[in-house]
Design a protein around this ligand. Structure first.
Ligand code: NZQ
Ligand code: ZN
Length: 390
């Protein structure tokens, strides 16, 4: 078991009436002027943004707004947000949306407190020393960004999607009303379910022997999201199912399911190159890669895959259980409408040149390795991308 620090300062307000708490939360966390930050319009159409503006107006809290965050959020809008906040004297960012909006908000919050280029934190030139406060009204459970220490941005000019991890960007509060997720299209629901499971799978497949309690929590969470997520696909307005997935999304990525073990996150690193090059949804990219990654790395520790198969995928124990667990996951992805290969993800095979670009970018020109369960260098990345492209 590895030593660890477990730090989750985010105040979670969960349930049907949770939006009523936005104003008291903003006051509690010292908001002077608020930037209301949102995506391509779903939160406007649902009435959430107008409702929040009205609540802030009646409470006398000044606000500015910046919409237009795209999935796999762009650095360029973060720059725009930093300028706007400095100009308008904004000191609190309220993200209304999912992982893309939250990460864009975190990027702006870092940038307000930094004299240099905020991208410095993403390409390793500098380490954050401060961030403006961020609060979240979550509309899609998936990324876990509402409780994570992570911020993932895409620099379209450089063709890079990079993450920055620090406790400074952890959200002050997260307001979660499962009813707000009823409007999610089935594809986004399935992407979210995939990503939530993957955040704990990336922790489960570790080179360490974590504490038994961590293993048990991790197995229970992934198994429950698998079962609940599949039921949700045919019952999208079921509050209990939506609530269960929403809370699982936060727990899967707030550190709880990885205490005492080094995480892997190799599939995530490989996927970030897919979403950068092809503009695909993060969860779908993960589904397209995971089974290929799993078959490739299983020989490192087949026992771990056997436990996963039996305890998470409900496969009967036996000599072939480890492989059957991967097959069961592939079948699950298919049933919820997720792709299980690159051709299924992008509608065609990737070209050899594209595969090279993916591996070059992921390995930063052959200078960088990913993963821990099995460390993957450029050649191994190429193998996995090729397998996924068959
Ligand atoms: O833009 P709008 O119109 O709001 O539509 C969004 C978007 O098109 C839509 N949507 C959101 N809530 C909705 C809704 N549609 C109908 N009803 C609702 N209630 O869903 C689409 C996807 O939204 P997005 O925020 O992109 O999804 P997600 O939460 O999956 O976030 C993905 C981003 O998070 C990053 C990913 O890489 C990707 O950039 N991640 C961030 C992490 C973190 N910070 O800890 C960890 C993750 O591993 C991940 O890398
Ligand atoms: Zn993810």
């Amino acid at each position: 078991m590895q030593d660890f620090v477990y730090y989750t300062p985010t105040e979670v307000v969960f349930g049907r009436e949770s939006e009523e708490r936005i104003v008291p939360l903003l006051k509690k966390y010292g908001a002077g002027k608020v930037l209301i930050h949102y995506g391509g319009g779903s939160a406007v159409r649902s009435g959430l943004i107008p409702k929040i503006k009205a609540m802030l107006d009646s409470a006398g809290i000044p606000w500015a707004e910046l919409g237009g965050v795209v999935p796999n959020p762009h650095l360029s809008l973060v720059y725009e947000g930093i300028e706007l906040c400095k100009r308008e004297g904004v000191d609190f960012i309220l993200a209304v949306g999912g992982g893309s909006v939250i990460d864009s908000a975190k990027g702006i919050a870092y940038g307000i407190c930094y004299a240099g280029d905020v991208w410095d934190f993403f390409d390793g030139k500098a380490v954050p020393a401060a961030s403006a406060p961020v609060g979240v009204v979550l509309t899609i459970p998936a990324s876990g960004s509402e409780m994570s220490d992570s911020c993932v941005l895409t620099n379209t000019e450089k063709g890079q999607k990079r993450g920055c991890n620090s406790n400074f960007c952890r959200c002050r509060f997260a307001v979660m009303n499962p009813e707000r997720t009823f409007t999610l299209p089935p594809y986004q629901t399935a992407c979210g379910v995939t990503d939530i499971m993957m955040h704990s799978m990336e922790r489960y497949f570790t080179p360490d022997s974590p504490m038994a309690i961590t293993d048990a929590l991790c197995e229970a969470l992934i198994r429950d999201v698998r079962i609940t997520g599949e039921r949700l696909m045919s019952d999208p307005e079921n509050y209990e199912l939506r609530a269960s997935i929403m809370w699982a999304g936060s727990l899967a990525h707030n550190g709880l399911t990885g205490c005492g073990a080094r995480f892997d996150f190799g599939t995530h690193r490989l996927e970030h190159e897919l979403s950068t090059l092809f503009g695909v949804a993060h969860g779908a990219g993960l589904a397209a890669l995971w089974c290929h990654w799993a078959e490739y790395v299983m020989p490192v520790n087949p026992e771990r895959f056997r436990n996963f198969a039996v305890r998470v995928m409900d496969v009967p124990d036996g000599p072939a259980a480890a492989q059957q667990g991967i097959e069961a996951m592939r079948a699950f992805y298919r049933r919820i409408g997720m792709p299980v290969s690159i051709p299924e993800l992008i509608g065609r095979k990737a070209t050899e040149e594209e595969i090279s670009i993916l591996a070059d970018r992921c390995s930063r020109g052959g200078t960088f390795a990913v993963g821990n369960f099995k460390v993957l260098h450029r050649e191994e990345m190429l193998d996995i991308y090729h397998k996924a492209n068959e």
